[in-house]
Structure formats: structure tokens, C-alpha cells
Write a protein that binds this ligand. Structure first.
Ligand code: PGA
Length: 239
């Protein structure tokens, strides 16, 4: 069954997040949808949500500590309060805008792996690398696996080309197929595609071999759109 995940980034309030999650709960229950659905709200919107087993609320980021003096960060003490056991690591905005290095990402990965967290681990190349061709692209992505244990049973990888995130640009079906095929040779865990996924292209993207699901930002923030995409995903899972 295909997986679908929504990354809120810096969007939605505590109030609108609660309503969003309630709406998704209703859809999953009423339509008896069994696909794994993930929602990553802002840290300020975390709560003890009552969700069906297949709907998981995760965190977009946390530091690799239980608690301490790390201004602006949260640790597992704060996550435990809400039973959060799922984290996004290596997202391109954290790598390229917030300046997280591969070394820090590895420390974070190992910390959360040791605690058994579900990790959605993101990789992807910037435009100047894509333009150099497939072997440079694969070489770049390979470096993003430095220090990362891909045999960890609770990791899901997301391939998200940086130039496709939030831009409306999507790689060709052939490009996604090629990269996913190559990446899937490295591990058996699920591999998601992310980058400008929307209601209008999700069906085609899910039909590409080795695409086990999608990680969606901007296209998922409207709950009606996300509901539509969950329904399309549940049908894709039947095939
Ligand atoms: P986008 O973001 O869907 O807005 O392109 C995807 C992501 O960053 O996960």
C-alpha cells in the first residue's frame, strides 16, 4: 500500500492543525482507508491527537537531546509529552536554508535511530547538479547517505530534488523512474517521491515503478486537496 505524507513546514496554526487532523481522521474512518498517512505540523501545534492507527503525527525537526540548553530547539522530553515517535531528517530546507551539515544530520539520525523512531530521511540534488547529469546526481545523493544506516528497519527515504520543492517544477516520469530504480538497489525500505506533488499529478507519480508514496508540502496544506490525494493514494494501493 502506498504511503502519503504532508509536511506543513511553517504553515497552519494550532487551531487549524487540530481541525485538519480531525478532518483526515474522519476521512480515513468513513472511507475505511488503511494506507499509512503522516502529518508533520509545526512544533507549536503538536498535541495528543486521537488518531486511527494508520495516521501518524510526526515532528519536522528536533535536536538530538532529551533536554538541555539549545535555544530554539526541542528534544525528546518535549516529543514524549505528545507521544511523538516519528521525525523528518535531512529535509532540503534544513540542509540548504538552515545550514544543517551531513555530520549534524548523521548525529540526529543515529540518536533517533537508537530510540527506535520512525525516520523519514530526505535526499535530493540542487539544480546545478541535476544539470550535470545522472551520474553526478547519484553521486551527490550518495554523499547524503554518508553515515546513514539504510538497513535501519524504521527508515523511509524520500527523494526530493531541491529544484522541484515548492517551485511547481517536477522531474519527468523517466527521471523519477531512473533515480528511484537506482536508489532502490541500495535498500529495501520504502522510497517516497517529493517535490511539487499536487492533486493533478499524484496519480501519475504513484504509477511510476519504485515510487512507494509521496511527501507533499504546499500541495497538501489545503485539507480538501490532501483528502483528494489520500483517496487517489488509496486507489493506487489497490492496483
Ligand atoms: P512541495 O514540498 O510539495 O511544496 O514541493 C515538498 C517537500 O518539501 O517535502
Amino acid at each position: 500500500m502506498k504511503i502519503i505524507a504532508s509536511n506543513f513546514k511553517t504553515n497552519h496554526t494550532r487551531k487549524s492543525t487540530k481541525k485538519f487532523i480531525e478532518d483526515i481522521n474522519k476521512l480515513l474512518t468513513n472511507e475505511n482507508i488503511k494506507n499509512d498517512v503522516f502529518i508533520f505540523p509545526t512544533s507549536t501545534s503538536l498535541d495528543n491527537f486521537n488518531t486511527p492507527n494508520n495516521l501518524t503525527v510526526g515532528v519536522q525537526n528536533a535536536y538530538y537531546v532529551q533536554n538541555g540548553s539549545f535555544t530554539g530547539e526541542i528534544g525528546t522530553e518535549q516529543l514524549d509529552e505528545f507521544g511523538i515517535k516519528t521525525i523528518l531528517i535531512g529535509h532540503s530546507e534544513r540542509r540548504h536554508i538552515l545550514g544543517e551539515s551531513q555530520k549534524e544530520i548523521t548525529l540526529k539520525y543515529n540518536y533517533y535511530k537508537a530510540l527506535g523512531y520512525k525516520i523519514i530521511y530526505c535526499v535530493g540534488e540542487p539544480l546545478e547538479i541535476k544539470e550535470k547529469g545522472i551520474s553526478d546526481t547519484l553521486g551527490y545523493i550518495q554523499k547524503q547517505f554518508d553515515g546513514i544506516d539504510l538497513n535501519y528497519e524504521n527508515v523511509t527515504v524520500a527523494y526530493e530534488p531541491v529544484w522541484a520543492i515548492g517551485t511547481g517544477l517536477v522531474p519527468s516520469v523517466e527521471d523519477i523512474a531512473t533515480i528511484h530504480k537506482k536508489l532502490k538497489k541500495k535498500f529495501t525500505q520504502p522510497l517516497l517521491y517529493g517535490g511539487s506533488v499536487k492533486t493533478t499529478n499524484i496519480e501519475e507519480i504513484l504509477s511510476i515503478p519504485n515510487v512507494d508514496g509521496t511527501l507533499i508540502g504546499s500541495g497538501s496544506w489545503n485539507v480538501e486537496d490532501f483528502k483528494k490525494m489520500i483517496e487517489i493514494t488509496s486507489k493506487a494501493g489497490e492496483k
